[in-house]
Structure formats: C-alpha cells, structure tokens
Write a protein that binds this ligand. Structure first.
Ligand code: NAP
Length: 522
C-alpha cells in the first residue's frame, strides 16, 4: 500500500483541447487533486493539443490515450499512441497511462520517461466483461513491469468484486488503482482512500464519466464524505437492488458527519437471489480488515438477510416476520452477526407518538391496513403483537387472507381480511397505506375512493415518502385527521439502525433534513 494520500482524479473527455482545458479549471475548482486528459476523446490529438493542455495546468495531469480494446476511443497503432504520450511526457505530463498489453510498443515512451525529471508510468489493464480469473497473476505481471503505478479495472457483477479490488490494493507493492466498474462495484471507488489507493476517478458531471459507475466529484465529496475518509474509517452500507435511489446513504452519512464519526455509508448493489446476497456478505465477513460494521438491507434481500444471519441471531418478531433490514457485525468485523427489523419498530413508534403513548397504547385499537406485501407484513405482525384489532384490505384478496391467517392472535391482536368495498366507509381509528398507490410519479392516485368517509381524528399513516404529502394524506388533512408520513417512518427506521450500530442517540433532525433535501432535489 502507498504512503501517499489518495488522489481524487477527474477524467476529462472533451472533444477539443480548449474545452478540455476549461474542464481542467472546473475540476480544480471542484476539488480535484489531478486530472486525466483522455487524449483518445480529442478530435485531433497532436502536439498543439498537448501544448494547450500541459501549459501550466491547474492540477497535475495524467495523459492517457486509451485503445479501443480497453474501453478507449483511439484506433491508432500502439507505437503511435506511445509516441503521443512520449510527447506529453516531454511537455510536462506528471503521469502517463499505458496498457500492459501494449508495453511491447512502448520503446519511445519508456525512453522519454527515462529522461524526464518527474514523470511516472501507470501500467494499466481493463476488462469490461468481468473480473479477471487470475487477479493475483495479473498483479504479478504489473509488479514486474517498468511502471511505477499499477492499475487494474474490471467490470463488477457484485460488491464482492470491489472486495477483490481491495485485495489487489493490499497486495500491491507499488502504488495502485484497483477499480470494480459499474454500479455493483461502486464501493471500490468510494472507499479507495480507506484502502490506500493511488487514486480514484470521479466525473465532473453525470455526462462526463469515462467509465461505468463513476460517481461525480460532487457526490464523492458531498454525499460520500471523501475528504473525511481515513485508513481507519468504519464502513456501513445498504444492500439492495435497485439501490441507486436509496435515501439511506444521504441520511446516514449526514448523521456520521454531524456526530463527527470516522465512518462512511455506501450503496451495495446486489442482484436478487440468496446466493448473490451470501457472496457479498461472506466476502465482508472473510475480510475483517475492511472494517464493515453494519448493513442496511432493502428489497429484495430482507428474507435472504434473515436466512444468512440465522434465525437464532434475530429478535422474536423479526423471526415471525421472516425478514430483517439491519445487520450488526461485531467481533472486529468478522462476526458474529445479529439482525433486526427496524421497519416494524419504526412504524410502531410513529403510531405510538401520534397516539401520545408507548407501543402498548395500540392495544385494542381498530386498524385498517391497505396492502399485503412486505411492508404490510412487518406492520401487521407488530400490530398483532401489540394487541391491535387489524383488518387487511388488498387488491389480491387471497394474499390478505393468507397474511391474516398467519398473524391472527385472537382476542388481543386479531387480524382479519376485509372486503375492498368497505374502503368507502371505514370504521377504523388508524388507517395505514402499505401499497405504492400514490407514489411518484402517480401523485394524484389514492388507495381510498375520492368520496371515502374519514372520521375526524382518525390517524392516517401513509408509508410512501415520495411525495411526502400524498393524495391520501391530503384527503386526511381535508377530513381533519392526524397524519403520519413515510418520512416519519423512514427516519425512525434509520435512526434505530444508527443506534444499533453506534450505541448513541441518532441525530434525528439531521437525518430528517438530509432526507428532505434529497427528496427536494431528486
Ligand atoms: P410489495 O411487497 O410489492 O407490496 C405491495 C402491495 O401493494 C401488495 O399488497 C400489492 O397488492 C399492493 N399494490 C401494488 N400496486 C397496487 C395497485 N396499483 N393498486 C392496489 N394495490 C396495489 O411492496 P412493499 O415492500 O410492501 O412496499 C409497499 C409500500 O411501502 C411502498 O410504497 C414503499 O414506499 C412503502 N415503504 C415505506 C417504507 C418507509 O420507511 N417509509 C419502508 C418500506 C416500504 P397485490 O398483493 O395485489 O399485488
């Protein structure tokens, strides 16, 4: 591992040298430590272009002219590319990147580097299909190459490919870049600094990315706490698919920042299926040095998470629900694991707060739940546990009946399936929407008929958080009901996770504001 600090590198993919030069200034202003001039993107890459780019650049420059076979735009021969990079060295490029597979043609480049005072060679290899089978062998070849810096980039199928990239960083004697490309490998970019990489790449804007999965520099520094990451940073994350629009990174990273914690929270896209989930989690537990301390789990992995963590290591109600959304990793990152379901706890606490009491104040309350999916399941199990009198309404009646059969506890904690025709005149004290009806972009839809009668004082809880005030909540406002939003529930579940991981009260106001900011801009 390198002792130097990890560079934040912005790749520049403009078509003209003048535009690339302007992007260089913008990258410097945005906080880049270095820029990568992707000469293969230029319409005309020649000595004139190099002079424009390398005349007192605002940040040190990596000159790269990537061949097509490794994801670039250049159709020149390897000798021509090496010759262009040799000119870049003579004109002051701080680093040049040349591919391992093309080194046989690097004669002119190597001799220019030999005469340069400061320039260094990055020897790179890329696989846009999958992780190379023999990463260790590849690294050994890079170590033997004439380069000063090793770079390996490959397409990621899951976060375990990011873990493999960290293995490369740990195993490399030279400073190294190891990147798992694509959304599934995002952690390899976000955590490069923690693992002592030579650098990571971040795009100036969403359109300017030079490889799949590159975050923007604003995301890296703002959302993902780049400037605060150290070798000792604790890692948290959310496992799900899709996970790109999850609110959790914004909410948890804001909380870590506010509490001054050396911790970061990253999205981990894991395709559906128990095997993919287990591959990701096993990879974490096998590498305690990654210091992953806790995980959130979202769709479609909550059941897989419970299966992997083990029924014996979760609370009784989570076991009954059959799903967890929180994993705590103890024992210095190697386990054992413990699991929790903070969704049900969050919903119960939001209801209890609205009733002015504790969860036990739900006992005997008449509750109508709309929907019979995952969210309804967690909420209905908890309602029955706390003795509420629950009626379930679902588009597919048989699912409601099945859920009712599973959780009905008789007198205290009754659960039955109702008829959708009853929705116009519900007699419930509490109404909870657990369907996506009314969610963005269908913001004018409501799970209740427009003329449904809602008694004044009814508690109406919509689990949807985008938009915050759904059509259902607007109906409730008009009828003089008390309302609970999906934001209330989300912040509650995130705060409960935080407290399980960090063992101190969560900064709820900060978390809520981070979520509102995110909703406002998404
Ligand atoms: P899910 O497992 O897919 O279940 C969806 C339920 O909604 C099913 O019962 C489904 O009925 C019903 N449904 C779907 N589309 C419908 C439509 N057009 N008309 C009538 N019913 C419809 O989803 P989930 O995980 O339970 O999530 C449900 C909602 O909860 C989502 O809106 C989500 O945003 C929210 N949620 C919020 C939080 C939070 O923290 N705020 C946490 C978790 C979930 P069928 O059985 O007939 O298919």
């Amino acid at each position: 591992m390198s002792a130097r600090s990890t560079l934040l590198i912005v790749p520049l993919t403009d078509r003209s040298p003048a535009a690339m030069r302007r992007s260089m200034e913008a990258a410097a202003a945005a906080g880049a430590d270095a820029v990568e001039a992707r000469l293969d993107f230029l319409e005309k890459a020649d000595a004139g272009a190099l002079r424009t780019l390398l005349n007192h650049p605002p940040r040190p420059v990596i000159a790269t002219c990537r061949r097509r076979a490794e994801g670039g735009q250049c159709d020149w021969s390897d000798e021509q590319r090496a010759s262009l990079l040799a000119q870049a060295v003579r004109l002051g490029a701080r680093w040049v990147d040349f591919e391992l597979a093309s080194l046989g043609a690097a004669g002119e480049l190597l001799s220019a580097l030999g005469q340069a005072r400061q320039a260094e060679l990055i020897v790179s290899c890329h696989d846009f299909e999958h992780r190379p089978k023999d990463l260790a062998g590849l690294l050994a070849r890079l170590e033997e190459s004439p380069g000063q810096i090793n770079k390996i980039a490959f397409a990621a199928a899951g976060p375990e490919d990011a873990w493999a990239a960290f293995d490369v960083l740990r195993g490399s004697r030279k400073p190294a870049l190891a990147l798992a490309m694509g959304e599934a490998g995002l952690a390899s970019r976000l955590l490069a600094r923690k693992f002592g990489a030579f650098g990571t790449f971040a795009a100036l804007s969403g359109q300017a990315a030079s490889a799949p999965g590159q975050p923007t520099i604003a995301e890296l520094r703002g959302l993902y706490r780049w400037d605060s990451i150290s070798l000792a940073t604790a890692v948290y994350g959310v496992i799900g698919c899709p996970v790109g629009h999850s609110m959790s990174p914004a909410v948890h990273n804001a909380a870590f920042g506010a509490d001054g914690l050396d911790a970061v929270y990253v999205p981990l896209r894991v395709q559906s299926g128990a095997e993919a989930f287990t591959r990701c989690l096993d990879g974490i537990v096998e590498r305690p040095w990654m210091e992953v301390r806790g995980l959130s789990v979202t769709i479609p992995h909550k059941e897989n998470a419970l299966a992997r963590v083990g029924a014996a290591n979760v609370d009784e109600l989570s076991r009954a629900i059959g799903a967890i959304n929180t994993i705590v990793i103890t024992g210095d990152g190697a386990g054992p694991l413990a699991g929790w379901n903070t969704d049900y706890a969050a919903a119960m606490d939001a209801l209890a707060a609205s009733l002015g009491g504790r969860r036990e104040s739900l006992r005997g309350r008449r509750v109508a739940v709309l929907g019979a999916g995952g969210a309804a399941r967690a909420i209905v199990a908890a309602l029955a546990h706390y003795g509420a009198d629950t009626t379930l309404y679902n588009r597919t009646q048989s699912r409601a009946e099945q859920l009712a059969r599973e959780f009905d506890r008789g007198a205290a904690g009754a659960v039955r399936a109702g008829d959708l025709a009853e929705l116009g005149s519900l007699q419930a004290e509490i109404l909870i929407n657990c369907t996506p009806v009314g969610m963005h972009p269908h913001v004018d839809a409501s799970p209740l008929p427009a003329d449904a009668a809602l008694a004044r004082g009814t508690v109406v809880f919509d689990t949807i958080y985008n938009p915050i005030r759904t059509q259902l909540l607007r109906q409730a406002d008009a009828a003089g009901c008390r309302t609970i939003t999906g934001v209330d529930m989300f912040v509650n579940q995130a705060a409960a996770q935080y407290e399980l991981w960090i063992h101190r009260p969560a900064p709820r106001d900060i978390m809520r504001q981070a979520m509102l900011d995110r909703l406002g801009t998404s």
